[in-house]
Design a protein around this ligand. Sequence first.
Ligand SMILES: *Cc1c(COP(=O)(O)O)cnc(C)c1O
Length: 394
Amino acid sequence: MAGKYKHFETSVIHEGYDAKDMLDSLTTPLFQTSTFTFETAEQGERRFAGDEAGFIYSRLGNPTVSVLEERIAALENGERGLAFGSGMAAVSAVLVALTKAHDHIVCSSGLYGCTFGLLAMMEEKYHITHDFSGMESTEKLRAIIKPETACIYVETPINPTMKLIDLEMVANVAKEFNVPVVVDNTFSSPYLQRPLDLGCDVVIHSATKYIGGHGDVVAGLAVGKKEFLDSVQMTTQKDIGGIISPFDAWLLIRGLKTLPIRLDRHCDNAEKIFVKLRNHPKVANVYYPDDEAHPDYLIREKQMKRGGGVISFEINGTKQDAQALLNALSFLKIAVSLGDAETLIEHPATMTHAVIPETSRLKMGITDQLIRLSVGLEAWEDIWHDLEQALDKM
Ligand SMILES: *Cc1c(COP(=O)(O)O)cnc(C)c1O
């Protein structure tokens, strides 16, 4: 671990916070303030000049937010963390900071829908082009990198098909070309996968998902080298302004304390549900990284501690059958998002991935029969009971 503590389970609770600095408060106080007062005009001058440490205005830094940023930096084993108002605020701040007009970005073949939208916007407005790659081999990756490639942007596991990309391989190829690698680590959280340890340069999270973990906050995080994150803070974060609210940072600090415990339970439950789904006659295919039959199982063993809490599966049937399955559930919730205590189920073709043209969508493996399940923290027997009765009805 990069921080003060040896173990992840201790860092999630203590890193970046010392009660002595905060009137002995056990938990991190919530500094719900927009601005900070200066004792004198000269002190204000020194703070703005950077000659004196201290807070100025909450878009430029806030004590509650700072605790969260230090904590996530330690958990991802990075030098510095930055918090944002949403996962997309983090993605856009990092990508805009890394690129200029006419640059090029190499992306994994599957991307979060709005990241896909952001890339399309960057192309239209600033002629920043992008190419998708399965990144299956060093040769394939080398072949797609251009002189104007400004970064490689990777999601793994890829949502919702659960294909994996070998991050160490990508980082090694990227070094040959001196190109930074950015990884959206939302699906794994730092408990299951730490891309910076594998040689990647920047990690991004939609903290809305496993980091918050309770479905009550939308937020984002980025971690990497201090020099780069300082530059993001002083440019795209400060001037575009997608900052996190102190209250949302406070909720994330609270959520993070149970991250390892929650993730282990998500994984335990997902492993059980995976086996049940695989053996159900109405299920055609199940996609889960912790499956010896998964084509990328060796990558899972190499870079992920466990398989995570998300499973996708294809039913034997039609789009209408997939919708009927969702409608027949009694307590499992039909909702996008993932990583919450509640099990959430969605239909990617008509929900999270509906904006992708049908031919590209099918090429990505997102059929009308595909269903994505974010396995929650309920008793796995109850989750399965509800799924099974809905499958049987279908
Ligand atoms: C949800 C999500 C995002 C976007 O995060 P928001 O917090 O909704 O802005 C980005 N990447 C992945 C993989 C996600 O699941």
